[in-house]
Ligand binder design. Structure first.
Ligand SMILES: [Zn+2]
Length: 258
């Protein structure tokens, strides 16, 4: 009996000091984004990954202090950033994400902080040892510079074992069409060619989650725009991804096809 107890204690000790053993059953997924509200582009897939038992940790490099407040409160700078963090927290609750990690680098200036952002991500990588990591595709969907730099840094820190969320030309044109029909002039500036999409994820079961999540970002999305998004995702139920690493494709398929 004594020896059994000793063997069990030895295993426990090994598990405590050996990070590989410690993270053996790690089910964390990191999502590296530039601004609170960026999860809107990929919210259906995040909800789906939670549904299969994974833990999703959103990381926002900036808190969006340079954005425009469309809520009518007239917030700007640090006041806007505080409000946007609250909005991101509320969005995370609806989707079932973990509490967001806010790195609080200046909005619009991530390019000037590449080394510091990389160090923060390296630290989070070692803390979480994530199963998967998601970020924007290299063009950043809208062409926003912070999106692009976020993509670039994440690719380097995670050795390209990254799942990039993206929008194809076909889907971008559909969005423009829905917006136009609702009197909004909106164009997704940097869609990728349809052929470049590696995986499509059907998120039809999570449409309500997606709209409710978007509604939390009151400083960013006016009701008219949310109405367009609702109609868009009702008909365009898929989210699209680019993955360059074959092992990461297999991993994504393993969880997302469940
Ligand atoms: Zn953004």
């Amino acid at each position: 009996m004594k020896s059994i107890v000793l063997i069990c204690l030895s295993f426990l000790l090994i598990a405590c000091i050996n990070p590989e053993v410690k993270h053996k059953h790690n089910k964390s997924v990191l999502v590296v984004m530039a601004h609170p509200d960026d999860e809107t582009w990929v919210s259906g897939t995040l909800a789906k990954l939670i549904d299969v038992g994974l833990t999703i940790v959103p990381i926002y490099i900036t808190s969006g202090d340079r954005g425009t407040d469309r809520s009518g409160k007239g917030l700007s700078a640090s006041f806007l950033a505080q409000e946007r963090e609250i909005e991101a927290l509320n969005a995370a609750k609806i989707l079932g994400l973990s509490s967001p990690i806010f790195l609080r680098f200046p909005d619009g200036k991530v390019k000037s902080h590449v080394t510091a952002v990389s160090s923060k991500l390296e630290l989070l990588k070692s803390q979480y040892n994530p199963l998967m990591t998601l970020t924007f595709d290299p063009l950043g969907i809208t062409g926003n510079k912070d999106h692009q730099v976020a993509s670039n840094i994440t690719s380097k820190v995670f050795d390209n074992k990254v799942i990039y969320f993206s929008i194809s030309e076909t889907r971008a044109n559909k969005f423009t069409e829905y917006a136009k029909n609702n009197g909004i002039d909106f164009k997704i500036k940097y869609p990728i060619s349809d052929d470049a999409v590696i995986r499509k994820v059907d998120t039809a079961d999570f449409s309500k989650h997606r709209v409710e999540t978007m509604k939390q970002h009151k400083t960013q999305f006016v009701p008219q725009f949310i109405a367009v998004f609702s109609k868009f995702i009702e008909k365009q139920t898929q989210e699209e991804f680019v993955i360059t690493d074959n092992e990461t494709v297999k991993l994504f398929d393993k969880y997302i096809s469940k």
